[in-house]
Structures are given as C-alpha cells and as structure tokens.
Design a protein around this ligand. Structure first.
Ligand SMILES: O=C(O)CCC(=O)C(=O)O
Ligand SMILES: [Fe+2]
Length: 153
C-alpha cells in the first residue's frame, strides 16, 4: 500500500522530518510504502536500488528521478520475536523497535551502487511487523549530497 503526502498530515510530516534529518530533498522521493508481515512473513535478500546486473530493477528505475539514493525504513510496530532487518555483507542485524527509523545510502557519491547494502527481512516468529519505506531518489540532491569521483565514498 502506498501513501501520498496529501492522504494524511502524518504522512506529510514523515516526509518533512525525513528531509530535515537527512538534508535531502523529498521532491523526487516515492510515496510512503506500508508493508505488513504476519507469522513467518519475510523478505528475501535484495537491493533497494537498481544494479547493472539486475535488468528488471533497472527497468523499474525511474530515469527522470535517477536511482534510489537512500532508504528510510520506519518500524511502525515491534514484533515479539524475529523480524530483524539483516545486512549480510556488513554482518548487521537490526531488530525492529517501534517508532525507530533505519536510514542508509544505497549508492556511493559517484553514483555507483553500494553492494554492501544487500539486505533482507527475517521471518517474524511471534507478533506482527509493520514497516514503512521511504525511498529517496538522486535527482534534487545535487547540491545536498554532491558527487564525488572516487568510487567508494
Ligand atoms: O522489512 C524489512 O526489514 C526490510 C524491508 C525491505 O527491505 C524492503 O521493503 O525493501
Ligand atoms: Fe529493501
């Protein structure tokens, strides 16, 4: 389910806060995506951004707005057990805490995808997991997050 800033003042406030905290423009961001996981609900390992090898995602990548430069993942509820967001490459497991937001950059300042951002949602073992995704795009960030020539900054 996708929520537009005009749907409710809470949705608009989330966008505004996201911009204030990250310093990024929300002009080209996607609507807020809500997702619910029940028992056993999980999300296979994936990248949020388009990577060259992944044609399907690349085709989904909005050419006008550029790649998904960053992800804001809001935990709207707290499962009783399970449901961590894990980053395999980084050896990171983040257990959802209600009202927390996990933020990361998907692409380097050079525009190259950061392959360390591959992540997954582990199965919910007990309780419910609600998340909201805010995907922020490259266009509009030119002066807010300037490019850098080195590949891995
Ligand atoms: O639910 C999670 O922990 C991860 C969700 C996710 O990666 C996504 O929706 O793209
Ligand atoms: Fe994701």
């Amino acid at each position: 389910m996708w929520l537009n800033d005009n749907d409710d003042s809470v949705v608009a406030r989330i966008s505004k806060r996201m911009s204030e905290v990250t310093g990024l423009s929300m002009e080209t961001a996607e609507q807020l995506q809500m997702a619910n996981y029940g028992l056993g609900g999980h999300y296979e390992p994936h990248y949020d951004m388009a990577v060259e090898e992944d044609r399907q995602v690349a085709e989904l990548n909005d050419q006008r707005h550029g790649n998904r430069v960053a992800t804001g993942l809001f935990y709207m509820s707290q499962p009783v057990a399970g449901g961590a967001t894990i980053f395999e490459e980084l050896g990171l497991a983040v257990f959802p805490t209600k009202n927390d937001c996990l933020f990361w950059y998907n692409v380097h300042k050079s525009g190259r995808p950061d392959m360390r951002t591959r992540h997954a949602g582990c199965p919910v073992l007990l309780g419910q997991k609600w998340v909201a995704n805010k995907w922020i795009h490259e266009r509009g960030q030119e002066f807010r997050r300037p490019c850098d020539l080195s590949a891995d900054v």
